[in-house]
Design a binder for this molecule. Structure first.
Ligand code: SAH
Length: 346
């Protein structure tokens, strides 16, 4: 199999060209054609000699994935993609169009090992980690798609399949590639990584002092409830997790987001809101409420609007900023691994 260009570090690529006897400016030319002009076919890089284009095409692959399925929500604003990687592993990614923004949600692993009770990806298990180039490749795919519409990619959330902090090194390398000042130049402040709460990795991420936003999938304010839906809570319990997040907020001065899926009659009462407010008190943070998106193997449903509103009000009264997120793309099965789950059933 050809090497994926996105997985080739620039110095290595420059060395290859030097070994081929190419002048030193060539590597830079090609690097900017790919990452700034988003040309993913060497045959179309017009400012280099034809023989070199062919040599590069013979050595590197520029496509990390192909599209197996694409579904568009009834509003036309959310598009969900099922991609197949070169070894046939499958991942999902979502494009969400807003009036003034275009956000993508990308995957960090094929499948996931965390096995959260309500998550369709977790119900499938882990296939493998994605390489840095495969993570970034999803970003380049959508950037190019939007460019053809004369639009721009504005935000990236790593909230697709997988636990990003179980693939930390490749993920950070992907972030470097996306952020590269000589390349794609995407600002870290417009990227959010969501983790189930792998504490040692949150600590490592804190020390890295990057500008990337951190989101934590909390979903419950105590161990009794969180243990029932998130198996890894036994290893990294609520209080320790919240303290790791607090340290992150204190040291980086960046606001942490807590994701909270509202599950009907389970974690959506006023008592839970009060408990959540209590453990988060004093932290630079924000809570995102989203109604649970029902999945096949989990028998509880999402909370009703009234419960969500009351929960939000209770949090805000206690001084915790809180937004209600609209579940986007639920009508197209764009909620967390559902597209692949459906594809497999057919
Ligand atoms: N593993 C990472 C990122 C992937 S999941 C994490 O846990 O954060 C992205 C978000 O979707 C997480 O907050 C996850 O808990 C949530 N999620 C998964 N399945 C869901 C469902 N059925 N309904 C609502 N949110 C869900």
């Amino acid at each position: 199999m050809k090497k994926l260009f996105f997985d080739t570090p620039y110095p290595e690529f420059a060395q290859t060209l030097a070994d081929w006897g190419e002048p030193s400016y060539r590597a830079k030319q090609i690097h900017s054609s790919v990452y700034q002009h988003l040309i993913f076919d060497p045959a179309l890089i017009s400012n280099i000699p034809k023989t070199l284009r062919e040599k590069i095409a013979g050595m590197y692959a520029f496509e990390s994935q192909s599209t197996l399925r694409k579904v568009v929500s009834s509003s036309g604003l959310t598009e969900k993609y099922l991609f197949e990687l070169r070894d046939k592993a499958k991942i999902e990614a979502v494009l969400m169009r807003y009036r003034d923004r275009n956000t993508i949600c990308i995957s960090s692993q094929a499948g996931c090992a965390m096995n959260c009770a309500f998550c369709a990806t977790g119900q499938m298990g882990l296939t493998r980690n994605l390489s840095a180039g495969e993570i970034a490749g999803q970003v380049f795919y959508f950037a190019e798609l939007l460019k053809r519409e004369e639009k721009q990619l504005t935000n990236i959330v790593v909230m697709g399949m997988g636990e990003p902090f179980h693939n930390y090194e490749n993920l950070m390398q992907a972030m470097n590639l996306i952020n590269d000042p000589d390349g794609f130049r995407f600002g870290e402040r417009r990227i959010t990584i969501s983790t189930v709460g792998i504490i040692p990795m949150i600590e490592k991420f804190t020390k890295a002092k990057r500008q990337i936003n951190l989101a934590i999938s909390l979903h419950a304010p105590n161990n009794y409830l969180r243990d029932q839906i998130i198996p890894v809570n036994k290893k990294y319990p609520v209080f320790e997790l919240v303290e790791a997040a607090r340290k992150y907020a204190n040291e980086t001065k960046r606001r942490v987001s807590f994701e909270y899926a509202m599950i009907d009659g389970f974690n959506d009462g006023i008592e839970q809101a009060a408990q959540l407010a209590k453990i988060l008190r004093g932290m630079i943070c924000h809570v995102n409420l989203i109604a649970l998106n029902p999945t096949k193997k989990y028998d509880r449903g999402g909370s009703g609007r009234a419960a969500i509103n009351d929960f939000q009000l209770a949090l805000e009264k206690s001084g915790i900023p809180c937004t209600i997120r609209l579940a986007r793309g639920v009508d197209i099965g764009a909620g967390c691994g559902q597209l692949l789950a459906e594809y497999k059933e057919k």
